[in-house]
Design a protein around this ligand. Structure first.
Ligand SMILES: [Zn+2]
Length: 287
């Protein structure tokens, strides 16, 4: 699934081609992608709008379109591409935005899990599906992060919880924890202040490095130009179970933590014995 870095790359690429372009026609080929308003109203309202700013909130993309805001979530496989309007369509194309000048923004999605919501400008922030989101992980001060990471919940679970902070998925959570030398099961309220700061910095470094690498391509992500991301080749723990840790040479292990496959170094990321974890991993993770 595209996470924050991949969505940010798509945003940056769309920003290079869309602002100032006017939508002269809109065709929804797969109605289920459009959540609101009804398809006929969606197609009608959006025509005549001109693309302005493009924002990102977690894994959501928000397009400023005159008096409207288009909010999209790419889910598993959604992609935008800019085509010549006369180019042949493939079976995975679900929305067409014909632009002035003869180009066409197409939304393609093999799995059809992506969503589009067309809202009145200024309404997006209070839309129920966005209002519950935590602050964007890249747009978060250390003070805010530290306040949110004071709860008696596993740090890995908090990192993945989109209500706590938005945009972080499995790869980036594991990489940030390794950088910070924090065990993924450690309750956040038991982190020392230096550990909490290391985790914040590890997360920021991980996300910035992933964006610089063009994101991660684990299953299918490609950017608008069809380029796969390279960050998966730079991971320290994700996808490296059994390989030696780059710091201490201990083999990386993988366990199910916070409901997700979690890779970490059992030596550098030790669970302090004073931290008691209930559940099936008690004892096993603290050699
Ligand atoms: Zn290690």
């Amino acid at each position: 699934m595209p996470e924050l870095p991949e969505v940010e790359i798509v945003r940056q690429q769309l920003l290079q081609v869309l602002p100032g372009k006017e939508i002269v026609a809109c065709h929804v080929l797969t109605p289920r992608i459009v959540r609101q308003p009804e398809v006929a109203a969606f197609e009608k309202r959006i025509v005549g709008s001109r693309f302005g700013e493009i924002w990102r909130r977690g894994k959501y993309l928000l397009f400023q379109l005159g008096k409207w805001e288009l909010v999209t979530h790419l889910r598993m496989e959604g992609r935008f591409g800019l085509f010549d309007a006369r180019a042949p369509l493939d079976g995975y194309t679900h929305l067409l935005f014909t632009l002035n000048g003869g180009s066409q923004l197409r939304y393609r999605d093999v799995r059809k899990f992506g969503t589009m919501d067309l809202l009145e400008a200024g309404q997006a922030a209070s839309a129920p599906f966005l209002a519950g989101l935590g602050p964007d992980a890249l747009d978060l001060s250390y003070e805010d992060f530290a306040t949110r990471f004071q709860r008696p919940r596993q740090v890995k679970a908090l990192l993945l919880d989109q209500h706590v902070l938005a945009g972080v998925g499995n790869i980036y959570a594991d990489e940030a924890l390794w950088r910070a030398r924090v065990h993924p099961s450690c309750p956040a309220d038991r982190l020392s202040e230096p550990e909490r700061r290391s985790l914040y910095e590890g997360l920021q470094e991980t996300l910035h490095e992933a964006i610089a690498c063009g994101g991660s391509t684990v299953r299918s992500f490609v950017d608008m130009l069809g380029h796969a991301g390279q960050f998966q080749l730079h991971c320290h723990v994700y996808g490296r179970q059994g390989e030696p840790c780059e710091r201490c040479k201990t083999p990386i292990v993988k366990a199910k933590i916070a409901g997700r496959g979690t890779s970490f170094c059992p030596q550098c990321q030790r669970l302090r014995t004073s931290v008691k974890i209930a559940g099936p991993y008690e004892g096993r993770l603290s050699p």
